[in-house]
Design a protein around this ligand. Structure first.
Ligand code: SF4
Length: 475
């Protein structure tokens, strides 16, 4: 998978329901800023302690927690700690005097500034901001003033695995996340059932190398002498999650091409809720570079599986990640990337110009770095190829009626709504009346562009039933 993953956060709430509510707003703002909510500090880049000063011993508890969080922060570069809530409001500068490793101290009236303060602290260093009274602007009215996707839960990410056992030369994940650990199977299924009970209809199973899910669990069982199914656990999980009552769409990201198994394609073809979209990272079309990157497949094998997937799963959309200008990339290597991309006929591609990440093998290959002007030129040439196939594949959808999940009004123009097809393609349309985010509908496709489709809403087929609340861990 790509190592361009979002930062993650966890909010710990102390005290009363008002604090719970503030935590929901903080979570919503961080979501809106592109951060991903996680359950555990170990998986997070940001920890927010939303404090309460009413309970006995609240000060000691806070500073005790901050002492533990110093070790958490020191364990990984870039981690940030936020202290909010009434104890922060009360203690003000004292918090950073007693715990100078805290990045942001904000009061009870600064909730709407959470994401901005976090980013400012990232650039300028630790800060304290306490407002004396509430600021009544659009953001303070959150969550209703923000697009519903950011604050509600008709869709949900479900982490099924952490860490990565691979060693892609450009990726920092294995050294910072450690070995792959799969979450217990039953826990995942229970979480999806609970989400469905709350009205979630779309889930995305998430892992660094999502399709190797369960390898460690099966190995442990074999070591313990248990009889283990030969079938990969990921395909089993996909099938079970896909049949949870109330779940209408299942996605997963990101799979690794070398671990792609026919059983996964079979389940995708058989279970109607599993969306016809496969993110299938190529990285390079050159066998020589794929070997240097330690990707574990060559272009022929990659394409073979891709064609197999398209044969088995009708109307499958395929997206990818490609790095241009990996150290030592020759014109010949790059031309192979163009050729493989053209043959893959992608629906869309995330293309990246190589940039070294400290701590990765590729960052040590300085003597082979490609001239930035050459990289920029290749990048532009690759865009032409991937956008060409995207437009052709999108144009082929004109006139079709697509089943879409409606995400709500677009940020730029509230009259235009955004929805997503089962193939994960963005569709824009202008409804006659307001429609709740999380509704499903049928849209006739009328226009195509490289990155989205446009259409006319024919019918709303179902209304959402999710509750407008972000689950936040309470302490
Ligand atoms: S498979 Fe693992 S090492 Fe390779 S890019 Fe994905 S997270 Fe990084």
């Amino acid at each position: 998978m790509s190592d361009q993953e979002p930062r993650s956060y966890v909010v710990r709430t102390f005290g009363c329901q008002m604090n719970d509510h503030d935590s929901e707003r903080i979570s919503g703002l961080l979501d809106a800023d592109g951060l991903l909510a996680v359950e555990e500090e170990d998986d997070a880049d940001v920890v927010v302690l939303n404090t309460c000063c009413i309970r006995e011993n609240a000060d000691n508890k806070l500073y005790g927690n901050l002492g533990m969080l110093k070790r958490w922060k020191d364990a990984r570069e870039g981690r940030q700690i936020v202290v909010s809530g009434c104890l922060a409001q009360k203690d003000r500068d004292i918090v950073q005097k007693r715990a100078p490793w805290v990045d942001v101290v904000m009061g009870t009236h600064n909730v709407h500034r959470a994401a901005e303060l976090l980013e400012t602290a990232r650039i300028d260093g630790p800060l304290t901001e306490i407002l004396e009274e509430a600021v009544l602007d659009d953001h303070a009215m959150f969550p209703s003033a923000l697009p519903a996707k950011r604050v509600t839960s008709y869709d949900a990410w479900v982490t099924i695995q952490i860490g990565c056992d691979n060693s892609c030369a450009f990726c920092i994940v294995p050294s910072v996340r450690g070995s792959e650990i799969s979450r217990p199977y039953d826990d995942i299924v229970s979480e999806v059932r609970a989400l469905a009970d709350q009205g979630v209809t779309e889930v995305t199973l998430l892992g660094q190398n999502v399709n190797s899910y369960g390898r460690d669990l099966q190995l442990d069982k074999r070591r313990a002498g248990e009889d283990v199914s030969a079938r990969p656990l990921f395909s089993e999980l996909l099938r079970e999650v896909g049949t949870v009552a109330g779940i209408k769409r299942v996605r997963f990201t990101s799979p690794h091409p070398k671990d792609m198994r026919p059983e996964t394609f079979a389940v995708m073809a058989e279970v109607p809720t599993i969306c016809e979209h496969l993110h299938y990272p190529l990285q390079s079309g050159s066998d020589r570079l794929l070997a240097i990157m330690h990707r574990g497949y060559n272009a022929e094998r990659y394409l073979e599986k891709l064609h197999q997937a398209r044969q088995l799963i009708p109307d499958l959309a395929i997206s990818t990640d490609i790095i241009v200008g990996f150290p030592g990339e020759t014109e010949e290597d790059f031309v192979r990337t163009l050729e493989v991309s053209a043959e893959a006929d992608y629906d869309y591609a995330y293309t990246f110009m190589f940039s070294p990440r400290e701590g990765t093998e590729a960052a040590t290959m300085e003597d082979q770095f490609v001239d930035p002007a050459v990289v920029a030129d290749r990048f532009a040439r690759l865009r032409v190829v991937v956008e060409h196939s995207a437009v052709i594949r999108h144009e082929a959808r004109i006139g079709r009626i697509e089943d879409v999940l409606i995400e709500g009004p677009s940020r730029r123009n509230p009259e235009v709504y955004q929805a997503r097809t089962r193939q994960n393609k963005v569709v824009h349309f202008r409804p006659k009346n307001a429609i709740r985010a999380g509704s499903y509908g049928l849209v006739e496709i009328t226009e195509a562009a490289p990155h989205h489709l446009r259409g006319i809403l024919r019918e709303v087929t179902s209304d959402p039933s999710h509750k407008v609340r972000i689950p936040v861990a309470s302490m």
